[in-house]
Design a protein around this ligand. Structure first.
Ligand code: ADP
Ligand code: MG
Length: 754
């Protein structure tokens, strides 16, 4: 092992642990998580306490989208939140927004300001006005805009998103900053961020759902008014790796690209399946609990934590929330995890594929729709076969994903997620839906107009844990209720009991865009279902249950090709999917292109116009540009690593072998082993230099520019495969070259040290 690697490894192994005690009350009692929860959040309740009743009522009306916020209300809230925040140590405020970079952006301004006094002097005071709360104007010229605005008209506005609460985050020296969740729009009101389209899509899905609900459960029938609003609910399961920060810092590829561009797996990695749900390493557990503590204070309801499949891989999941808030909270989770890991000498890797050959990371987006009465519209209840409301919403989702599978794929494609999609351990690039045996039987029976075969009363479906082999029952184990769906880890989009789980979403990306596009497709599909119901009911005031069943049946038949229960990783599925005309798009740039194609473009700009045409075009250009830039950064980093680390190590090793061979020959010993290794080393060195030359030519061509969107295709079709070819030779060299010459920490150290 090289000296530097060795000393870094020793440091990693001996790193002292850090623990932060859970806070206690003055009487010394450990506080419950629920007592810490929201400590740093200016909640609606805080607002209500600070405002006179009529002013608060006005604020609520605004929040529900019924009216604009008046200046007086904004002034009252801004004053209250400043006092609240400053009492807790805040010195600055920031509009916190989500540009199209998958991360968040912030610019801090101090509360300090000058006020002129009667004597003509200026006095320093702390102030925060309503207009400062409502909007600010960061220079927009340095954020991606995809040609939406040229730099000379660089105005962009961040505007407070009243649906997501304000909060404070600790800064250095015990000071804090007030965060104002915001949207980010251009001078002309075009969306420059991720959140604006998400909010638009949530409104669209709400409106379409309410229309459908009013048709099937009118007040005259149910005596209850149908829902006035339907919320998109979202729970994001976040996967990530945690590795030692010292070792990480010796890997330029991890630092620059977030993933390793070379390296061989150790002989034992995840084959024994002993990491998943295993005992959490204590350093990791310390990070998790410190992170949870901070996130509870910030109002992020983290619920679950566990080891994932690959060594050094973990997952956390929150309790689901309204989509826009859940997105804010997912981004906050990633930020806080990053910071806390740092304090523990660890590095959190959010990249979808930091290590080749073992599992990558996803962000499972659990998605459903809930009425303002708190009913989950995708809850099948006891008898799904007669729950028409559930069935209508279910087929609307099936139909939406079937019609716009390519859009769903575009929403999750990137230079980093491409290593997961279509690879062997992850959902394939073919988008299909898994429903589970029972729901499939329900839909099949409806399609075939026959009684349902089994399962009709699922709540009585218990699993006998004791088993009945030889009539031996372990009577101490209780009977448990069986879930309505079994599990299928290979499906990119699965129904899991009372929600859909979009699993193909990348771990690094913001969940915003995939949820936005899903909402959009579902809103359109719900309207299609509503139109079919209106047609089916004819002159009647409301559709009968038979009308509803007929509509369900039509949609079951129409959307059948999207349903797939088998193994999504198998090659048979690729063939079968082709016959079903399901798109199997393996290239990210090609997937992005789908957004601009006929029915998809019509969906996004006309049918459910969450984007104007220029907005959609700009998104497409940003995605293409981003892909090309990411690939350029990676390929240049690979070239750099080969030149500065791999080649010197291999040359040194070869020289030693040569010298040894010469010395042996001089004493008449045939240097068979040396010659053998010399030949192997030389062959791979020749391979590396040939492929590296080709890669560098391709990089030079891309850097010359002028390719427009073709640049992304060149990056995918030429650069990407060449990187793989270079890597094959490099990894072969890593396996041959003496360990003491190798300067880059190997997978064994990176994955098995935590
Ligand atoms: P599973 O193990 O099947 O994935 P979990 O109960 O662990 O299910 O839930 C995973 C995630 O799904 C959690 O974040 C949870 O809050 C979320 N979730 C549960 N119900 C809903 C729902 N109705 N809408 C959105 N997300 C949900
Ligand atoms: Mg899950």
């Amino acid at each position: 092992m090289s000296q530097e690697r060795k000393s870094t490894l020793l440091e990693a192994v001996n790193r002292p642990g850090r623990t932060v005690p859970f806070p206690r009350s003055e009487s010394g009692k450990a506080l419950y998580p629920s007592e810490i929860y929201n400590e740093y959040v200016f909640t609606t309740k805080d607002i209500s306490k600070a405002l006179p009743k009529p002013v608060f009522a006005e604020f609520l009306k605004q929040k529900r989208g019924h009216q604009n916020l008046s200046k007086a209300t904004a002034d009252a809230i801004s004053h209250a939140v400043r006092v609240w925040a400053m009492d807790r140590g805040a010195t600055h405020f920031t509009h916190w927004f989500q540009p199209q970079t998958d991360s968040t952006a912030e610019k801090h301004d101090s509360f300090l300001t000058f006020q002129s006094t009667l004597g003509g002097e200026y006095a320093a005071i702390d102030a925060f006005s309503g207009s400062q709360l409502l909007q600010s104007e960061p220079d927009a010229s340095s954020f991606p805009s995809g040609g939406m605005r040229s730099t000379f008209e660089a105005r962009g506005y961040t505007v407070w998103d009243t649906c997501s609460p304000m909060f404070i985050q600790p800064g250095p020296n015990g000071t804090k900053v007030l965060y104002i969740p915001s949207v980010y729009i251009s001078y002309n009101g075009e969306a420059l961020d991720e959140k604006t389209p998400l909010l638009r899509s949530c409104a669209a899905v709400s409106k379409a759902s309410v229309e459908l609900l009013s048709l099937i459960s009118p007040r005259s029938v149910t005596s209850q008014s149908p829902a006035a609003q339907v919320t998109t609910t979202l729970g994001t399961e976040q996967e990530f790796f945690l590795i030692d920060r010292g070792l990480y810092s010796l890997r330029p590829d991890l630092k620059i690209c977030g993933r390793t561009l070379l390296g061989n797996l150790p002989p034992r990695h995840q084959q024994l399946e002993d990491h998943y749900f295993g005992n959490m390493p204590s350093r990791v557990l310390a990070v998790m609990s410190e992170m949870e503590l901070e996130l509870y204070r910030l109002g992020v309801p983290l619920k679950t934590r566990h080891n994932e499949v690959a060594p050094a891989q973990f997952e956390v999941a929150p309790i689901f929330e309204e989509a826009a808030v859940a997105v804010d909270h997912n981004l906050l989770t990633m930020e806080v995890l990053h910071k806390v890991a740092h304090r523990h000498g660890l590095k959190a890797l959010f990249h979808e594929k930091p290590f080749a050959g073992i599992n990558g990371s996803g962000k499972h987006c659990n998605w459903s729709l809930s009425t303002d009465r708190g009913e989950n519209l995708l809850d099948p209840s006891v008898k799904p076969e007669t729950n028409y409301r559930f069935l209508l919403f279910l087929v609307a989702v099936l139909n939406a994903v079937h019609k716009h599978a390519a859009v769903m794929l575009a929403s999750i494609s990137s230079a980093s997620n491409q290593h997961r999609l279509g690879a062997h351990e992850a959902p394939p690039a073919i988008v299909s839906i898994f429903l589970g045996t029972q729901l499939n039987e329900v839909l099949d029976s409806i399609e075939e107009k026959r009684p349902i075969r089994n399962f009709s009363v699922p709540q009585f479906q218990t699993v006998k844990l004791g088993g009945t082999v030889l009539d031996l029952k372990v009577s101490t184990l209780p009977h448990i209720e069986r879930d309505l769906t079994d599990r299928n880890r290979t499906s990119p989009f699965a129904f899991t009991g009372n929600k859909f789980e979009f699993r193909a979403v990348g771990s690094k990306q913001s969940p915003s865009f995939p949820v936005t596009l899903l909402n959009c497709a579902v809103a359109d599909s719900l309207r299609e279902v509503t139109a079919a119901l209106i047609e089916a009911k004819g002159d009647k005031e409301f559709p009968s249950t038979q009308d509803q069943l007929n509509v369900v049946r039509d949609f079951v038949i129409k959307s059948k090709p999207i349903r797939f229960e088998g193994d999504g990783y198998s090659s048979d599925w690729v063939e079968a999917a082709k016959k079903r005309s399901l798109p199997n798009i393996l290239s990210a740039p090609e997937a992005f292109g789908e957004l601009l194609k006929g029915p998809h473009k019509e969906l996004l700009t006309k049918r459910v116009p969450i984007f104007s045409e220029p907005e959609l075009n700009s998104r497409y250009h940003i995605m293409m540009e981003r892909y090309e830039k990411d690939m350029l950064v990676e390929s240049k980093t690979l070239a750099l690593l080969v030149h500065s680390h791999v080649l010197p190590a291999a040359f040194e090793y070869r020289r030693l072998l040569g010298e040894s061979a010469v010395a042996l020959k001089a004493v008449s010993v045939t240097p068979t082993a040396e010659i053998n290794l010399l030949e192997q080393t030389s062959a791979h060195l020749a391979g590396v230099s040939e492929k590296l030359k080709q890669l560098e030519d391709a990089i030079a061509n891309l850097e010359e520019g002028g390719h427009g969107v073709k640049g992304a295709f060149i990056a995918h079709d030429v650069v990407y495969p060449l990187m793989d070819e270079v890597r094959t030779h490099v990894d072969a060299l890593e396996a041959i070259v003496g360990d003491k010459f190798w300067t880059l920490p190997k997978y064994t150290e990176l994955l098995l040290t935590v």
